[in-house]
Write a protein that binds this ligand. Sequence first.
Ligand SMILES: *[C@@H]1O[C@H](CO)[C@@H](O)[C@H](O)[C@H]1NC(C)=O
Ligand SMILES: *[C@@H]1O[C@H](CO)[C@@H](O)[C@H](O)[C@H]1NC(C)=O
Length: 471
Amino acid sequence: MILRRRCGASDCLAWFFISGIALVFFLICSILYGTRTENPSLPQVVQEVLPAGRCLCQQSTTFECSTCLDCATRPAIVANTTHAQETWEFEYRRDGSNYGLDEDQCTAAFPGLFEDIERAKNFRKGRGLVMQKNLTDFELTKGMVRAMIYDGQLYILETFLVDNINRQKAIASLASLHRAVSAARDRPSIPNVEFVLSVEDLPAQPKKPLWMLARRAQDEDLWLMPDFGWWSWDMPSLGAFDEVAAEAIQRERLEPWDAKKEKLVWRGKLNFAPKLRRALVDAAKGKPWSDVGQVKWEDTEFKEPGAQFLGPVDQCNYMFIAHAEGRSYSGALKYRQLCRSVIVSHKLQWIQHYHYLLLASGAKQNYVEVERDFKDLSSTMDDLIAHPEKAKRIADNNVKTFRERYLTGAAEACYWRALVKAWKEVSFDPVLYEKVEDGQKKKRNQKRGVRYETFILYDYNTQIEWPKPAQ
Ligand SMILES: *[C@@H]1O[C@H](CO)[C@@H](O)[C@H](O)[C@H]1NC(C)=O
Ligand SMILES: *[C@@H]1O[C@H](CO)[C@@H](O)[C@H](O)[C@H]1NC(C)=O
């Protein structure tokens, strides 16, 4: 009787239904737990069901750019200076923070830096140019700014920023662009352009021609801009990027290569990319060469052993620095590259503007690449520790390529100006004045936007959503 009741057709269906719901509920709970917890070890079953961060795929991007680096280190780079015809060569100490190199100098000093600009331009040329309505036919989403350069001046047309971090990133990006434009040797040659930039890590609208901080290989419509950190970043031990670089150089005087710890260091938050970052923590667990630990930003004291907060320059005290992407790209890479250390990174999925210069093999090798699951991390570390001269060479190349060339303020400013120029080739001519109704069926000319110089004086509420929509 009981048995029959249990196995009646509708009861069975109900039973399946309930167990189905229970299973889904269990999966959801496991995933929520796995992606949110900071617990260093997870049950196997939770690890199995963890999604791979928020990325859509496991695909990674490795560039073959040895030719660019070859020409970058060729001894005599000749460029025409504006006045006399002389030989000019980029010199880190003299030119590194010169935001006003001319175009010939930029080309000569930073071969390979403009690869993604060329790619985006050629992609656009094949698909049709950007028209004004392409930038106005959608609502700005979180982190976006619509802006314009006109007669060499930067104008803010519209913003949609949701919090103070958003606001800081946007102001820092605009400030960097403004610096690059103001420093131009030939400012009138800066073309008039209108564009929309976004300071969000993840592209909310990857099929639109937006200026972004990072993209995946398939986000071909996006244009890359330098990260706001080149201006400055309001976080413990950070600051203006060249300030951090100067700190790293200072630290190197006290602690040269031989004084560094022969260990792999990493500090970060696991729940920004749980699967990827946990794989790193697991692969390093218990190894003699490991100083890999998670940081909990909420703990101001960082008391947990192995989890002490390390500033970017403190990481320079280690011979090896691990790098792992976060929700999308990780802005920490550029700080790690300021150290005379070996960067050990998994195959990257997110592309930043200067990633074409990363080289994982050959005489100019400037970082070490491992698989995205870190399965080969242990053998890679054993090999590096067994070949200290190779490790030293990679660390030296890291400094020569990044700290002393492609991550300089000079390179950043060259990149911004090249971006503006290339964008102009595939986009419309913006206007400074537009016709608006004056209420009496007549139209008058009204200037669009507000100058950057004025915008930065506005208060928080005005800056984050400008201009406020009419009530
Ligand atoms: C440098 O200038 C000379 C003439 O002033 C010109 O012939 C030459 O093509 C220029 N070189 C480059 C690399 O622009
Ligand atoms: C611009 O808009 C046109 C017409 O709506 C569309 O065909 C084209 O694909 C858009 N271009 C971009 C870059 O979005």
